[in-house]
Design a protein around this ligand. Structure first.
Ligand SMILES: *[C@@H]1O[C@H](CO)[C@@H](O)[C@H](O)[C@H]1NC(C)=O
Ligand SMILES: *[C@@H]1O[C@H](CO)[C@@H](O)[C@H](O)[C@H]1NC(C)=O
Ligand SMILES: *[C@@H]1O[C@H](CO)[C@@H](O)[C@H](O)[C@H]1NC(C)=O
Ligand SMILES: *[C@@H]1O[C@H](CO)[C@@H](O)[C@H](O)[C@H]1NC(C)=O
Ligand SMILES: *[C@@H]1O[C@H](CO)[C@@H](O)[C@H](O)[C@H]1NC(C)=O
Ligand SMILES: *[C@@H]1O[C@H](CO)[C@@H](O)[C@H](O)[C@H]1NC(C)=O
Ligand SMILES: *[C@@H]1O[C@H](CO)[C@@H](O)[C@H](O)[C@H]1NC(C)=O
Ligand SMILES: *[C@@H]1O[C@H](CO)[C@@H](O)[C@H](O)[C@H]1NC(C)=O
Ligand SMILES: *[C@@H]1O[C@H](CO)[C@@H](O)[C@H](O)[C@H]1NC(C)=O
Ligand SMILES: *[C@@H]1O[C@H](CO)[C@@H](O)[C@H](O)[C@H]1NC(C)=O
Length: 487
């Protein structure tokens, strides 16, 4: 299975951890720290007893920071705090432990907190960060733990339960537990998650017992992903290619930005790819981006409107706004794009209706504003309806599989589709825009009057502010230095 292997090469910085001197292994109430090293990519605050993991300030995008637990040897972030908005790498940003682990920005206030009343913060040799109260083991209580709030990574021995989710760092994909399966979901439209991978428990070693409690998953150090219910015998085992060959290695599972779920082990110098949930490149939900077409023979991308012309850039010239949203009052229209020989990459998991004809299938979609497109299978009469913006389809060459896609008509509204309502809409938006500009200017002036003394720092802060949506990308930005090469 050599094709499954890949190496992860560290291309840029190595953590200056050893130079940092002694790092605490436990933090007590009253602890305070600021990101005050101007030159480092990571400033450790707390280390685990083995020195393999470290918790601290991780620099992202030059001047921002994430609170992260990293694997020291590779500088790979294993967990990061879900801050309401990203914090500045500035000596005015303060991390403190007062019973809660709190990160405070002088302007924005509390950006994140564990909301606990503990007396100690510890980093375990499993990479779990815990807020504890009480004496030595076993007489302590764990009030909060990072293992309960995974980001895009699940490390060995970390339990993944139905109240958790993994989120890819671009925020597009998530992993969740179902009743008897693990599912991967794409979030191409808010509130309309589409499942694209489903791994059901095979119940080979133990059966799922009705009422026997929820199932949970765990990556085992031996190199497999197991699902359990209430027994130590797994109800399912999905083996990695390194299964039972690992000694003293560290294993993890990551939900990647392309929507794939990958397993790796650390061999002492590299992260070695051990497992891929989805093996075919065209089986991923959006390999070629919106309105792209993926050829399974060679993995090459074209665009749906020109399937014969090779294409490297995105095909999203037609991106369609949500037709059900309030702005549909402006009569934003759509054109129709049809493509033959196309199929959904995960059609087994899609909802479908049976339609007697292609025309019937198209009309189901046409009349429904929440439909972005449909794919009809002429042989079976199945009509797959997409209620999220069109992503990549697979080029199957079977002429009986026909796609119907709504695309934006914005690009050529001068030629057609220019309606009276549209013109009225433009005037309305211009007026709204003018009103907004007025409000912003007025508010800005008021702010300036109110805080003339701190005005410079305050405005600089406002300009730097990013939205929580953008922040979802931070973990990936920090992992960007690590390139995963297929081989
Ligand atoms: C770890 O894996 C990389 C890439 O697969 C390889 O080049 C390296 O020699 C391996 N190191 C050890 C210690 O096995
Ligand atoms: C950073 O701040 C800590 C106290 O929070 C201090 O001990 C340390 O010397 C400072 N480091 C630098 C480089 O200023
Ligand atoms: C810890 O500090 C935060 C932020 O200043 C505050 O909101 C919280 O109440 C404090 N918690 C305790 C237990 O003192
Ligand atoms: C991790 O710590 C636990 C006890 O807290 C210990 O039993 C275990 O051997 C340690 N593992 C490693 C790899 O150090
Ligand atoms: C995971 O769950 C099992 C079974 O409930 C439990 O024994 C184990 O301690 C848990 N592991 C962690 C790291 O929480
Ligand atoms: C699991 O739960 C079922 C149903 O409650 C019970 O019959 C069974 O004994 C439990 N197994 C274990 C190992 O606890
Ligand atoms: C890839 O395969 C498709 C369909 O088989 C073919 O049309 C296309 O020319 C191929 N592209 C490349 C770059 O080989
Ligand atoms: C429109 O499509 C959505 C999602 O595909 C579906 O839930 C809804 O029932 C449809 N509405 C009508 C009137 O068919
Ligand atoms: C669909 O199937 C029917 C009969 O099964 C056939 O007559 C028709 O040509 C097919 N249409 C397309 C577009 O393949
Ligand atoms: C970080 O930088 C990248 C490109 O350099 C940008 O796309 C991204 O939005 C930035 N993220 C934040 C949180 O500033």
């Amino acid at each position: 299975m050599a094709g499954l292997h890949a190496s992860v090469a560290i291309l840029s910085w190595i953590l200056p951890l050893l130079a940092a001197g002694a790092v605490e292994t436990e933090l007590l109430k009253g602890f305070k720290a600021t990101p005050n090293r101007s030159d480092s990519a990571f400033q450790p605050v707390l280390a685990d007893p083995t020195g393999k993991f470290s918790f601290g300030f991780l620099r992202v995008n030059e001047s921002r920071l994430a609170l992260a637990v990293v694997h020291v040897a590779s500088s790979l972030p294993l967990w990061s705090a879900d801050l309401a908005e990203s914090a500045r790498w500035s000596d005015r940003t303060e991390l403190s432990f007062n019973g809660s682990l709190v990160i405070l920005d002088p302007f924005a206030g509390v950006l994140w907190s564990t909301h606990t009343d503990g007396d100690r913060l510890v980093l375990l040799n499993s990479s779990d960060l815990q807020v504890r109260r009480g004496g030595d083991p076993p007489a302590f209580a764990v009030l909060w733990r990072s293992f309960q709030f995974p980001t895009n990574t699940l490390v060995e021995n970390q339990n993944f339960t139905s109240d958790m989710s993994l989120l890819s760092s671009n925020g597009l994909y998530s992993m969740r537990m179902g009743d008897n399966f693990i599912g991967l979901y794409g979030s191409f439209k808010q509130g309309a998650d589409q499942i694209y991978w489903k791994h059901k428990a095979l119940e080979a070693r133990a059966d799922i017992v009705n009422g026997g409690g929820p199932i949970y998953a765990r990556v085992e150090p031996d190199g497999y992903l197991a699902m359990y219910q209430n027994s130590s015998k797994p109800v399912d085992v999905e083996t990695f290619s390194s299964f039972q060959r690992l000694i003293n290695s560290f294993v993890l599972l990551r939900l990647e930005d392309d929507g794939n779920l990958k397993g790796y082990h650390w061999n002492g110098s590299d992260w070695v790819l051990d497992y891929r949930a989805i093996t075919g490149i065209c089986e991923l939900p959006s390999t070629c981006g919106p309105y792209g077409l993926c050829s399974p023979e060679n993995g090459s991308c074209t665009c749906m409107d020109h399937p014969d012309r090779s294409h490297t850039g995105p095909c999203d010239g037609h991106r369609l706004a949500d037709l059900c949203a309030a702005n549909s009052r402006l009569h934003v229209g759509f054109r129709v794009l049809r493509a033959r020989g196309v199929e959904l990459p995960y059609k087994e998991l899609m909802r479908y209706q049976t339609a007697p004809s292609l025309e019937r299938c198209e009309s189901i979609c046409e009349s429904n504003c929440s439909c972005f497109g449909a794919v009809y299978n002429n042989a079976s009469g199945s009509c797959y309806v997409m209620d999220y913006p069109i992503q990549t389809l697979v080029n199957v060459g079977d002429e009986g599989k026909i796609g119907y896609f709504k695309v934006s008509d914005q690009s050529d509204h001068g030629a057609k589709g220019y309606r009276v309502g549209y013109g009225v809409g433009i005037v309305m938006w211009v007026l709204i825009g003018l009103a907004l500009v007025g409000t912003v200017l007025g508010f800005g002036f008021y702010r300036w009057r109110r805080s003339r003394r701190g005005v410079k720092g305050y405005l600089a802060e406002e300009e730097n502010r990013v939205t929580p949506g953008q922040y979802k990308g931070l973990a990936s930005a920090s992992f960007k230095s690590i390139e995963i090469g297929r081989s």
